[in-house]
Design a protein around this ligand. Structure first.
Ligand code: AMP
Length: 191
């Protein structure tokens, strides 16, 4: 069983690289952004609550995110392991995830952090906004806010995993295949 936290700023390529990882290692994909977008589309109370935060590019409150992840993991049948994408985004979320997974004797194996410079991120997100339909990708002010929130609230999560010896940085620029080859090397070393 292997559980990976795929980490990086918005636009780093977490979703794209998740697809390759899922296909190769048969892991279960848990993207909190995708889960919130699904709730939003279905018009659930959770979706309505999350919308105001997502629209502004702010983080949804920790307990809301943690409860949603907890529910999802509880409802899963047997899985080979998880790829956590866009979660945890705060130290409180990382602590809650450790508690959850350690309690199942199924701890986090490693964090893979995709590194991309800020100019490239803004360019990629504006580009994605043209086709994704995501309103949070279409407005440069919202994009800047998401990057600022990432720097303030999410970067400390990298230190949390560094202290546990689980942190691995990978350049998030290059071809999808090149980046994936580097990710595979980190995962294979943990298998
Ligand atoms: P993403 O698809 O990961 O870029 O997430 C889109 C939006 O969903 C974010 O800008 C946040 O508003 C919200 N969101 C997703 N994951 C989290 C999380 N782990 N903690 C707080 N908010 C989140």
């Amino acid at each position: 069983m292997i559980n990976i936290v795929l980490f990086g700023p918005p636009g780093a390529g977490k979703g794209t690289q998740s697809e390759g990882i899922i296909a190769k290692y048969k892991l279960s994909h848990l993207s909190t952004g995708d889960l919130f977008r699904k709730h939003l589309k279905e018009g659930t109370p959770l979706g309505k609550l999350a919308q105001q935060y997502m629209d502004a590019g702010n983080l949804v409150p920790d307990q809301v995110v943690i409860d949603m992840v907890d529910d999802r993991i509880k409802s899963d049948r047997k899985v080979n392991g998880y790829i956590f994408d866009g979660f945890p985004r705060t130290v409180a979320q990382a602590e809650a995830l450790d508690k959850l997974m350690n309690g199942k004797n199924n701890p986090i194996s490693c964090m893979i952090a995709l590194e991309v410079n800020q100019d490239e991120l803004v360019k990629r997100l504006l580009n994605r906004g043209k086709t994704s339909g995501r309103t949070d990708d279409q407005d440069e002010a919202k994009i800047q806010n998401r990057i600022t929130v990432y720097q303030k609230e999410t970067i400390p999560v990298a230190d949390y995993y560094k202290k546990q010896g689980k942190y691995n940085a990978i350049p998030g620029v290059g071809t999808i295949e090149e980046i994936f080859a580097n990710i595979s090397r980190v995962i294979d070393a943990r298998l």
